[in-house]
Structure formats: structure tokens, C-alpha cells
Write a protein that binds this ligand. Structure first.
Ligand code: 7PJ
Length: 271
């Protein structure tokens, strides 16, 4: 049996997509007013962090220009900053967007490219905010075509180790780094499940683990459910990740996840 390693400080990150074609919200929140209201409801539901993204990374999605990403995200960050002190994370890989988002009040960078785009390491170092480094095999356009690994856990772990080293070499303080195995980003169901089971091992890299499983296709495939019927599957994976040492759960359904994780937290406290 895999060891239980419940993080005493497990946090919930609520997802706000501002993209017209986003993965599971289907473009519901593509106007500023709607996105703002949605973010406020996630805060009321108990989110500890709000993650704002302006570029869809669903398999096959087309890239957007930095100006467009800034147009979608910065007004929302600024508006939220006016009404709440909640930490805001910007889900982007582009250095221009990182700069604009942090200037508007974002206090964390969530980078699915693990700062591999030109100039991203340097800009993230200058901004002096926490950064989540995520593993992805391939690119969002092609990653789900034929993902392959000889040893998925070893390869993802080595990648994250190398990206931590690159971030440190660029002058990013170790305390600011988080890591994420990148569920669904160039992975089959088996790869995802192996990585989930290996969270205690990934934790040994010494940095907090961010985990995004909410409403992902794996749940749809295993349970045969469309994106709007993946709540119970998502909660089951959130609880599993919490039991295995996840520090931040990136989710769409904050109120429900807060209850599920609240029970795990109580369980963690009796060890
Ligand atoms: C993730 C993410 C994830 C991190 C997305 C979706 C696709 N960032 N951005 N980890 N997923 N760090 O929400 O289904 O798993 S977008």
C-alpha cells in the first residue's frame, strides 16, 4: 500500500477560465462580468487561491497572442484585487502576460510549460512571486496523440528536478517553487494513474505539489461521463490526491471539494 502523507496545509485553488473555448466551462465565463461573478462565488465557496487563465490548453486548442491573453485576464485580476485580498495565480506561459498580470495584482505564476518559453525564467525571477512548474510531454496541440514513456514516474520526476534546477540557476528562490506532474498533459489514463499513485515519491523533490485532476478527460473515459457530469469523479480524485500528499488542489467545484478536503484534513490531524 502506498503511504498516506496528508499535507496539514492543503489548499484549494479555484479555476476561472476567461477563454471562449475553455476545456470544461465551455466559454461560459468569457465576459469580464461573468468571470468576475464566478471568481467571487469561488471565493465565497472557500477557495484559498484563484487561478485565472486566458489561453485554453485543452488538447488541440489553438494558441493566442499575448495581447489577447492580457486583454482577457488583466481587467479581471485588477477588478478582483479591488474587492479581495485572495492570492491570484496567473495561468500562463508567456512572459509578457506574467508581467502584466503581476503588475495588476497577481501573486503567483502557474506555468504549464515550466518556464521553458523564451525569457520566461528571467521574467519570473524578476517578478519574485511563487511559480508552479508543470510537466507536459509535447505541446497542447499534439500532446494527446501518442504519449509514451519508458518510466512515467521517473521521467516526470527527472523533468521536474531539472526545471527546479533551471529556476534556481535563473535566480528564483527555492521557497517560491511548486511542482505539478501535469495530469492529462501528454499522458494516457495509465500514466495519470501511475503519477497519482506516485505523489508521495514526487513530494520527495522537496517542493509543494499542485495537482489538477478536476473534470479531466480521464474521469470522462473511466466513468463514461461528459464534462458536466464529472463532479463525483473529480471529488474522488481530489480525496485520493489529498491522502497522497497534494498541497494544492486545482479545481472547478470549490464548495464540494472544500467539504471533501475538510474531512481529509480532520483525518490528517489524528496522525
Ligand atoms: C492544469 C493547469 C493542471 C496546472 C490546466 C484543465 C486544463 N495548471 N491548467 N495543472 N490544467 N498547474 O483545467 O482541465 O493540471 S488547464
Amino acid at each position: 500500500m502506498t503511504e498516506l502523507t496528508i499535507s496539514p496545509e492543503i489548499k484549494i485553488m479555484g479555476v476561472v477560465n476567461t477563454t471562449p473555448d475553455s476545456f470544461s466551462d465551455g466559454g461560459k465565463f468569457d465576459s469580464l462580468d461573468k468571470a468576475f461573478a464566478h471568481a467571487q462565488s469561488l471565493i465565497a465557496d472557500g477557495a484559498d487561491i484563484i487561478d485565472i487563465g486566458g489561453e485554453s490548453t485543452r488538447p488541440g486548442a489553438q494558441p493566442v497572442e499575448p495581447e489577447e491573453e492580457i486583454r482577457r485576464t488583466v481587467p479581471l485580476i485588477a477588478a478582483l484585487r479591488e474587492v479581495s485580498a485572495i492570492p491570484i495565480s496567473i495561468d500562463t506561459s508567456k512572459p509578457e502576460v506574467m508581467q502584466a498580470a503581476v503588475a495588476a495584482g497577481a501573486s503567483m505564476i502557474n506555468c504549464i510549460w515550466a518556464l521553458r518559453l523564451d525569457n520566461a525564467l528571467e521574467v519570473a525571477a524578476e517578478l519574485e512571486v511563487p511559480v508552479c512548474l508543470m510537466h507536459m510531454q509535447g505541446t497542447p496541440q499534439t500532446m494527446q496523440q501518442d504519449p509514451r514513456y519508458d518510466d512515467v514516474v521517473g521521467e516526470v520526476s527527472d523533468f521536474l528536478r531539472r526545471r527546479i534546477d533551471a529556476a534556481l540557476a535563473a535566480g528564483i528562490a527555492e521557497e517560491r517553487l511548486l511542482i505539478d506532474p501535469g495530469f492529462g498533459f501528454g499522458k494516457t489514463i495509465e500514466h495519470n494513474l501511475r503519477l497519482l499513485k506516485a505523489l508521495p515519491q514526487l513530494r520527495r523533490l522537496g517542493r509543494p505539489l499542485l495537482v489538477g485532476l478536476s473534470r479531466k478527460k480521464m474521469i470522462g473515459t473511466i466513468l463514461d461521463k461528459p464534462a458536466d457530469q464529472r463532479l463525483y469523479g473529480s471529488l474522488s480524485l481530489a480525496v485520493t490526491a489529498a491522502l497522497l500528499g497534494a498541497d494544492i488542489l486545482r479545481v472547478h467545484d470549490v464548495a464540494e471539494t472544500a467539504d471533501a478536503v475538510g474531512m481529509v484534513r480532520a483525518f490528517g490531524e489524528v496522525f
